[in-house]
Design a protein around this ligand. Structure first.
Ligand SMILES: [Cu+2]
Length: 125
C-alpha cells in the first residue's frame, strides 16, 4: 500500500509543479492560464500603441528607451506606474479598456483594448 502511494506521489511530481502544498495546487487549478502580453516603450512611443488582449491579461510595460517614462491612466487619477527608469518594468492586469499616456511626455499615448471590455468612463474630458 505504501509503495502505491509513493508511486502516485512520484507520478504527480513528474506531471509537474506540484510541490506538495495543497493551497498552491488549488491556486493553479483555479487560475489555469494567466495571459500576459508586453508593451515596449521605445523611441518616445508605446509599442504597440494599441494592444488588444483577453480580459484579465497581465500587461508588462518595459522601458527600452534611454530616458525615464511612466504609464498613467488618461484622466491621471485612476492609476500610474510612477517613474520607470530605462530597463525597468511595470505590470498591471486589465479587465476593461484603458487609455493611458506618459505624464512626463504627454504626447506619448497608448491604449489597452480588452475583448468584450467596456469603454472606460470618460473623466470629464
Ligand atoms: Cu515618457
Amino acid at each position: 500500500m505504501v509503495r502505491v502511494i509513493v508511486l502516485v506521489l512520484g507520478f504527480w511530481t513528474m506531471l509537474g509543479g506540484c510541490k506538495g502544498n495543497s493551497d498552491e495546487y488549488r491556486e493553479l487549478e483555479l487560475r489555469p492560464t494567466l495571459n500576459t502580453d508586453t508593451v515596449e516603450i521605445l523611441q518616445m512611443a508605446f509599442k504597440p500603441a494599441i494592444l488588444k488582449v483577453p480580459r484579465g491579461t497581465l500587461v508588462v510595460f518595459v522601458n527600452r528607451d534611454l530616458v525615464d517614462h511612466d504609464i498613467t491612466e488618461e484622466s491621471g487619477t485612476s492609476w500610474s506606474s510612477g517613474v520607470l527608469k530605462p530597463q525597468q518594468t511595470w505590470s498591471e492586469t486589465f479587465d476593461q479598456n484603458e487609455d493611458y499616456f506618459c505624464s512626463l511626455h504627454v504626447v506619448m499615448k497608448g491604449r489597452v483594448e480588452v475583448d468584450g471590455g467596456r469603454m472606460t468612463v470618460d473623466g470629464g474630458r
